[in-house]
Ligand binder design. Structure first.
Ligand SMILES: Cc1ncc(COP(=O)(O)O)c(C=O)c1O
Length: 415
């Protein structure tokens, strides 16, 4: 059969003439398929979904009310472009009050985003020429690297391992890469490891950026979801504003993943370049949503409530997994618990099953125990468990965790 001529027109960055022909199945699709198969095999059973990467609840009623009120205002109806002053000012106040970053100029050092994903997809166009390197962490959220490649750039992955507290080893970046590196992307509290950075590490990052001429993009999507103490902002590091920007988002901190709103703040030149590319990319988030987001940034107690819930769930999950033999330690923030994957499972009365990878272990957990997790094999086999599982109230939460304990209880895991 003749291929349509369109097949020959695809750009190399998405596969060129081979676009769409690969039969490889990607991780999240595999998980989806495994869940469907498990449900088909056990139609009456409940899948315990601890693989979810977004909040289980809606945004609070007060935020919905704010959106409702703002959506009625004729002035909010049109193209928002790079946004009005409302969110910019709220962002500057938020950085000051919640993140300990005073003195952000809302007019020149903040521009909204249609979520951090959108910002991470826009920023590479501002910096990456063909042949330039960008430094990313692995495992990690790959969007900036994907778009760096779309622009002809190269990605150097810095592994995150328990031995280094899930912080990248800056000294291990090869000299040749550093010589042509333009940007480094960090994300703390981290997806998927749940790890937090330290002021010391961020200070090292600023020195590293200055001595190698790098732009730092700190993706703070989980910044305020901390279980103790205050959020740690990269921008609170002396000199950080000379080298980088920080990305904040309403998605996880305010249960607003679908609303698509956040902001980019920090270095004025980087913010300006982001704004210039953004202006040629989108026409801005609906002002009513931006204003509701501004309301959120002025009400950080909303995030504190959400974080308190995750903290309780996390403590309980750590205990359940610990009893099943996993080496689980409560992280200081995010909603992710990242643990070494088992090498084998020996179910009571059943045959021993070996796992070569975290993906094998994850597939077994879905297929045999109807427990969904996300596997990561990039820097040693690990499973990511999320405390954003669906439960309608605290009693139901306890029931889900009891059920999890039951399903893991009759298996001996080898690590
Ligand atoms: C590390 C990280 N950055 C960014 C995002 C995307 O955030 P947003 O919803 O603001 O686009 C996610 C979402 O999962 C994430 O885990």
């Amino acid at each position: 059969m003749n291929e349509p001529y369109i097949q020959n027109l695809f750009a190399e960055r998405i596969g060129g003439r081979e676009y769409g022909k690969s039969t490889a199945i990607y991780k999240f699709e595999k998980i989806k398929r495994a869940k469907r198969a498990a449900l088909a095999a056990h139609p009456a059973a409940e899948i315990l979904d601890l693989g979810v990467g977004e909040p289980d609840e809606m945004a609070p009623g007060e935020v919905l009310a704010e959106l409702h009120a703002e959506a009625q205002k004729p002035d909010n109806r049109g193209y928002a472009d790079n946004g009005d002053a409302v969110l910019k000012h709220a962002a500057a106040r938020y950085l000051d009050r919640v993140c300990g970053v005073p003195g952000i100029n809302p007019d020149t050092e903040v521009i909204h985003s249609i979520g951090s994903k959108a910002a991470l997809s826009i920023l590479p166009a501002a910096f990456v020429n063909p042949g330039d390197w960008v430094l990313m962490t692995t495992p990690g959220y790959p969007v900036f690297g994907t778009h760096a490649r779309y622009n002809g750039g190269l990605v150097h992955n810095m592994p995150l391992t328990a031995g280094k507290s899930f912080l990248p080893d800056l000294d291990a970046v090869p000299r040749g890469v550093l010589a042509k590196a333009k940007a480094m992307v960090l994300n703390y509290p981290n997806n998927p490891t749940g790890a937090s950075a330290t002021p010391d590490f961020f200070a090292r990052v600023v020195r590293f950026a200055k001595s190698h001429g790098l732009v730092i993009i700190h993706d703070a999507a989980y910044a305020a979801l901390v279980f103790e103490g205050k959020p740690l902002s990269f921008l609170a590091t002396p000199g950080a504003k000379d080298v980088g920007v920080e990305l904040h988002s309403c998605s996880k901190s305010f249960n607003m993943t679908g609303w698509r709103c956040g902001f980019v703040a920090g270095n004025e030149l980087i913010v300006k370049a982001y704004g210039d590319v953004k202006d040629n990319t989108d026409s801005g988030q609906f002002l009513a949503i931006q204003h509701a987001a501004a309301y959120c940034f002025d009400h950080p107690e909303i995030t504190e409530r959400i974080a308190a819930k995750y903290s309780c769930r996390m403590a309980a999950l750590v205990e359940v997994l610990g009893r099943a033999g996993f080496s689980a330690r409560k992280p200081a923030g995010s909603f992710f618990l990242y643990v070494p994957a088992p090498k084998a499972a020996l179910p009571k009365g059943g045959a021993r099953v070996e796992f070569r990878t975290a993906e094998d272990a994850s597939q077994w957990l879905i297929g045999e125990r109807l427990i969904s997790t996300v596997p990561w094999d990039e820097a040693g086999p690990h499973l990511r468990w999320s405390v954003t599982f669906t439960a309608k109230d605290e009693a139901d939460e306890a029931r889900v965790l009891r059920e999890l304990a039951n399903r893991l209880g009759n298996v001996f895991f080898e690590f």
